[in-house]
Design a protein around this ligand. Sequence first.
Ligand code: FES
Length: 59
Amino acid sequence: MNLDEIVCPCLGTTNQMIKDAVDNGATTLEEVQQETNAGTVCGACLEDIQESINFFLKK
Ligand code: FES
């Protein structure tokens, strides 16, 4: 997992930002969207965001 990788190019959201949201208690795509705004423009990244969330939740 590359934490500097941009998962949502529309908003420049990185894996690190998704990890921070999960560390702050977000467990669902919706909660991560609320924290980071990731995936709220074109939606093309939603599956990738979900994969990142799953990865960080398992840790
Ligand atoms: S790439 Fe994430 S909303 Fe467009």
